[in-house]
Design a protein around this ligand. Structure first.
Ligand code: PHE
Ligand code: FE
Length: 277
């Protein structure tokens, strides 16, 4: 499975896009790519990723040796938080994605990047999806948050508010930072699976780091082609869950009437978080 297959396996409207992972088809070279990605990140992440992530990674038994077998992951994950991992051939349509999340199924891509793509990928591969996303699903609160997000996604589709809700996913699930007693830490999957952004997001003085603010997040555009220019920092996962529990319908209306904020722009009332050095 070195080459990403076409996204759409069939035209069947009941298709949930779930495929067999094809675990036994991975080549030695593909396992070796996983190995190198895993080693690079696992050296970098202690002291940078939050404990919940590191504990989840450890608890799942994800190791350098080989690309994880999704069935083996689910055997550990399901008893812990009720989630399972299902294989999909790449990005899936929004309604399919939200449907899976709302049933506590995480759709993970089965293909792995090529050697020429160690540092940059335009679409998630199995390293991003499994190493990046699955460890936090071992955490009960984050596990509930992601299911709530899936349900909220189905609702946002009907309300035509998906672009606003997608910003919440981007600035939390993908690029979120968390404040701990030991300092700023990473929980976002897009960061923990990226060698260069892992350092950048914590150490560079250029990006804005703002206290979590749901309205501000929904107003803020994001970039998909470079490091983030703004990161949002939560105090803990309860804060994230509680702040997103209310009905978003009135929020979508309010935000749609406000001007958008560009990726690196500051606005008044921003709660800036500075790096203490
Ligand atoms: N409370 C949101 C709504 O009513 C659902 C949601 C929860 C969305 C958590 C994202 C994250 O739409
Ligand atoms: Fe992702």
């Amino acid at each position: 499975m070195a080459v990403k297959p076409d996204h759409r396996p069939t035209d069947d409207p009941t298709d949930d896009y779930v495929i067999d992972q094809g675990f036994s088809d991975y080549t030695t070279a593909e396992h070796a790519i996983w190995h190198d990605l895993f080693m690079r990140q696992s050296h970098l992440l202690p002291g940078r990723a939050c404990n919940e992530f590191l504990e989840g990674l450890d608890g799942l038994g994800v190791v350098a040796d080989k690309i994880p077998d999704f069935e083996a992951l689910s055997k550990i994950l399901t008893p812990a938080t009720g989630w399972q991992i299902v294989a999909v051939p790449g990005l899936v349509p929004d309604d399919i994605f939200f449907g899976h999340l709302s049933e506590r199924r995480f759709p993970a891509t089965n293909w792995i990047r090529r050697r020429s793509q160690m540092d940059y990928l335009q679409e998630p591969d199995v390293f991003h999806d499994v190493f990046g996303h699955v460890p936090l699903l071992m955490n009960p609160i984050f596990a509930d948050y992601l299911q709530a997000y899936g349900r909220g996604g189905l609702k946002a589709l009907h309300l035509n508010a998906l672009p606003l809700l997608a910003r919440l996913y981007w600035y939390t699930v993908e690029f979120g930072l968390i404040r701990t007693e030991d300092g700023l830490r990473i929980y976002g999957s897009g960061i923990v699976s990226s060698f260069s952004e892992t350092r950048y997001c914590l150490e560079n003085n250029t990006p804005l780091r703002l206290g979590f603010d749901l309205d501000r997040i929904m107003r803020t555009r994001y970039r998909i082609d470079d490091f983030q220019e703004t990161y949002f920092v939560i105090d803990n996962f309860d804060q994230l869950f509680d702040a997103t529990a209310p009905d978003f319908a009135p929020l979508y209306k309010r935000i749609a009437a406000l001007p958008e904020v560009n990726p690196g722009a500051a606005v008044s009332h921003d709660r800036l978080i500075t790096l203490d050095r």
